[in-house]
Design a protein around this ligand. Structure first.
Ligand SMILES: Cc1cc2nc3c(=O)[nH]c(=O)nc-3n(C[C@H](O)[C@H](O)[C@H](O)COP(=O)(O)OP(=O)(O)OC[C@H]3O[C@@H](n4cnc5c(N)ncnc54)[C@H](O)[C@@H]3O)c2cc1C
Length: 412
């Protein structure tokens, strides 16, 4: 199906005309929410812009808190049957010396590791599981828009969930300000063959630049290269050889596999949180409501936690209201989630400030000064209580979130 579709809520005639809930966007937030709603007998339609779940650059790393949530939903063993790596001690190499700055195995939880896994199989699992329930419909190749297009289908529902990512069309259509912060750095993301990355997850800081990389041992690997904001056009103009040379000074294997700008995608680091996440008949979650920076790998976990909290509030609101779900009920989602999200974004901002200073200045710091200073920092920092508290908050979330299973049904 190639039609563009407009999503509307209809306050007068909702009970008979369509599904109870339209979820726009099949990322981690939208897929998990759809599965939970389908599992509870809520008529749900999930819209996805592309024809399949494979197409975009996506985050591979999932914090331990996500494992706990998957366990609560009863899907953990299926998730762990997918290709994945368990990450306990991500290695950071600083001026050629390696440090275990974080040790997830010391966390006081059953699942004391992060999950490194490609998103498409995970998303497919949730869509497949949701499809086991009659009241669920998945509509790929369907774009939600606020404009009239050639082919159009109007979906009427009691609630539209904007889970359509950082450039959310649903948020835009609702006239909600995305509330983005300024940032001085961007990440140039490389898609690479699997053998370009020797270890599962790593960071590398040298005077020539900073690389983050994830290898999955399966089909491909990804690496992120921090650049100053607005410099990507100039990097492209200088050509791939110049970029490769620069990357080679930090990691020659990665550089060898970097052959063209087709492997590159610019990830704008524009963290922020929208001014409001709910209105009558509307709820925004995940990146559509708030965008995390790459510091501490938080975006997936935040979107999945949002989905779990939103699910419970939506099910209660559907029972209480006759037609369009009122903001009075939906607003509980924002009051529960905003403080936790704000806390995570605040912790990330601290890390970003260091990056924002380092990336533009790295060329002017001689290695004989930068090396010892950075090593001293990485030897001392992991031993401080505030650093431990920060990564524990990233790993487990500011507070545990229970999965409400009271309304779960068995598949037909
Ligand atoms: C390169 C990269 C690396 C990252 N690495 C990590 C990481 O390692 N760990 C981590 O936790 N986070 C990471 N993140 C962030 C993480 O991927 C996001 O925070 C997370 O995917 C947000 O989930 P979401 O469900 O809110 O939205 P998204 O995953 O962005 O999903 C939105 C979905 O909506 C669809 N869509 C968009 N517009 C429309 C429309 N108009 N109509 C219909 N569908 C639409 C899109 O096609 C997509 O399927 C990374 C992000 C990027 C870009």
């Amino acid at each position: 199906m190639s039609a563009d579709e407009r999503v509307v809520t209809d306050k007068e005639d909702t009970a008979t005309a369509g599904p109870d809930v339209v979820v726009v966007g099949a990322g981690p937030g939208g897929c998990v929410l759809s599965y939970l709603l389908a599992r509870s007998g809520v008529e749900t339609v999930l819209l996805k812009r592309h024809a399949d779940l494979d197409r975009e650059f996506r985050g591979y790393f999932f914090q331990p808190l996500v494992l706990r949530l998957f366990e609560g939903m009863g899907v953990l063993s299926d998730v762990l049957a997918l290709d994945h790596d368990e990450i306990r001690r991500p290695v950071v190499t600083v001026f050629e010396r390696s440090y275990d700055v974080i040790d997830l195995s010391t966390l006081p939880v059953s699942y004391d590791y992060g999950l490194l896994m490609e998103q498409p199989p995970l998303l497919r699992l949730f869509v497949d599981r949701a499809n086991e329930f009659d009241d669920f419909e998945f509509r790929p190749a369907t774009t939600a828009t606020d404009r009239e297009r050639d082919e159009e289908l109007e979906l009427r529902s009691r609630l539209v969930v904007g889970a359509d990512g950082r450039y959310s069309a649903v948020r835009k259509a609702a006239g909600i300000n995305p509330g983005l912060f300024d940032s001085d750095v961007e990440l140039l993301w490389f898609k690479l063959p699997a053998d370009a990355v020797g270890t599962a997850a790593q960071g590398r800081i040298e005077s020539e630049g900073i690389l983050l990389y994830f290898g999955l041992g399966a089909e491909d690997a990804q690496a992120g290269w921090f650049v100053e904001k607005g410099t990507y056009p100039a990097i492209r103009e200088r050509g791939i050889d110049a970029l490769r040379k620069r990357v080679a000074a930090v990691d020659s294997t990665i550089a060898r596999h970097l052959r063209s700008f087709d492997q590159c995608s610019l990830l704008r680091i524009e963290p922020g949180r929208s001014e409001t996440w709910t209105k009558d008949g509307l709820l925004l979650l995940g990146d559509a409501a708030h965008v995390a920076s790459p510091v501490g790998g938080q975006g997936n976990g935040l979107a999945i936690q949002d989905a779990v909290v939103a699910y419970s509030i939506i099910v209660t609101a559907l029972e209480a209201a006759d037609d369009t779900l009122p903001n009075e009920q939906l607003g509980r989602f924002e009051s529960q989630r905003r403080p936790a999200v704000e806390e995570v974004l605040h912790l990330q901002r601290r890390g970003e400030r260091v990056l924002s200073w380092y990336v533009p200045h790295r060329d002017s710091i001689p290695a004989w000064v930068g090396g010892p200073l950075a090593r001293m920092l990485f030897e001392v920092l992991p031993k401080t209580a505030s650093f431990r508290w920060t990564w524990e908050t990233f790993a487990l979330g500011p507070e545990p979130i229970p999965v409400d299973t009271a309304a779960f049904e068995s598949p037909q």
